[in-house]
Design a protein around this ligand. Structure first.
Ligand code: DOR
Length: 418
């Protein structure tokens, strides 16, 4: 595939590039970045547009196999491409769970058939994500597992968590942890506090997250292993990780747009579209999450795209499942944070090179010779999120009807505009 992208603002944080330039793609790879590049090939005029490495989502839930009525690999891939993501990592809470090499291979097969972007399976840490018996890390890595996570569930048994960290170190794959003390959170549906009491809904205290963040940081220290902490939601978690990084513990972490855009009040009218796990928190947590992003404590922005059908989400607040979709809103909601103090390149790093480094993949950069995964963004485009335009099969987002700014207008995978 040969392609010329002209006159865009090229931001490649991995190589410290932020300049007006053209990009020449030859045979699916980045051949040249410079001024006035010419040639007889398909051209995209990108004047006024932003050109970045293809966005990477380290945390996506697709529902295939098992709940294809909520999302398939095909519909999820289309949502990813629409949102500017060229690579997504899919979590193992499918049915069957990605705890076996045949399921890893199935994901790759379906991704190949879909032929829209890179879909990388994250395998379960424990069989059926029950927290009891470790999966076969070696076999799963050989089959192509990009990392390990029991996401949706937290591993209660510290000894099993310790072993998981030790094995992951041998196979140099990241462990991505969902931090929740399920004894403490049991039955809870929103943040515990004044609002939960007022609404008469059982709450989830922030400590349910922070206790396990603290434990897992200690286990990472004990094993000298890397650990990646998923979907941070509280000020206390940000501070624990800030201190751990200072101590030299090998920790990275992510948050999701809902935690720097919304607070618990989004659920005050019992809107189940705002029911997520961990729950939306308070204004002071939102501010701490933003500060953590700004000072580098939080490395990555992930979508935690969690599709659930309208039928499921229309249940009452207690019964409805946790989760909101995010692949098609993560980019604009992240761009909304950019200001004089928070440069665009720093934001783009959290969606490109930072997740690539954690995953250990040759992506997230516009280096010469690299595969041409590129996102072209109109940062000025203002648009309204409408149900009928969503590519995701499930429409469970509280941002429906909201005005957003910034849109991926071309998503290019391996030099092919998809
Ligand atoms: O809100 C959530 N939904 N949090 C999780 O950890 C799992 C996810 C899902 O799979 O629906």
């Amino acid at each position: 595939m040969n392609l010329l992208i002209k006159n865009g603002r090229v931001i490649d944080p991995a190589n410290g590039i932020d300049k007006l330039a053209d990009i020449l793609i030859k045979n699916g790879r980045i051949a040249q970045i410079g001024k006035n590049l010419k040639g007889k090939r398909r051209t995209i005029e990108a004047e006024g547009m932003l050109i970045t490495p293809g966005l990477i989502d380290i945390h996506t839930h697709l529902r295939e196999p098992g709940r294809e009525d909520d999302e398939t690999i095909g519909s999820g891939a289309r949502a990813a491409i629409a949102g500017g993501f060229t690579t997504i990592c899919v979590m193992p809470n499918t049915n069957p769970c990605i705890d076996d090499k045949t399921v890893v291979r199935f994901i790759y097969d379906r991704a190949r058939e879909t032929n829209l972007g890179n879909i990388l399976p994250v395998a379960a840490i424990t069989k059926e994500r029950k927290g009891e018996e470790l999966t076969e890390f070696g076999e799963l890595v050989k089959a192509g597992a990009i990392g390990f996570s029991d996401d949706g569930n937290s591993i209660r048994n510290s000894r099993i968590m310790r072993r998981a960290l030790e094995y992951a170190k041998i196979f140099t794959r990241p462990i991505i942890v969902h931090c929740e003390d399920t004894g403490l959170s049991a039955g809870g549906v929103i943040n515990e506090g004044y609002l939960s009491a007022n609404l008469g809904l059982p709450g989830i205290p922030k400590q349910a997250e922070e206790i396990i963040v603290g434990r897992d940081l200690m286990l990472a220290e004990l094993t000298e292993s890397r650990i990646h902490i998923a979907h941070l939601s509280t000020a206390g978690s940000v501070e624990l990780i800030r201190q751990a990084k200072k101590k030299g513990i090998r920790v990275t972490c992510e948050t999701c747009p809902q935690y720097f855009t919304l607070t618990e009040s989004a659920a005050k009218d019992f809107d189940t579209k705002s029911k997520v796990n961990p729950p939306l928190r308070e204004e002071k947590d939102l501010r701490a999450i933003k500060k953590g992003l700004l000072d580098g404590t939080i490395d990555v922005i992930a979508s935690d795209h969690a599709p659930h059908s309208a039928e499921e989400k229309e249940k009452d607040f207690l019964a409805a499942p946790f989760g909101m979709i995010g692949l098609e809103t993560t980019l604009p909601l992240s761009l909304a944070l950019v200001d004089r103090r928070f440069p665009l390149s720093q934001m783009i790093a959290k969606l490109t090179i930072n997740p690539a480094k954690i995953l250990g993949i040759d992506k997230g950069t516009l280096g010469i010779g690299e595969e041409a995964d590129i996102t072209i963004i109109n940062t000025k485009a203002e648009w309204t999120l409408k149900l009928e335009n969503l590519k995701s099969k499930s429409k469970n987002t509280p941002f429906l009807g909201k005005k957003l700014k910034g849109k991926a207008i071309f998503t290019i995978v391996g030099g092919r505009s998809v």
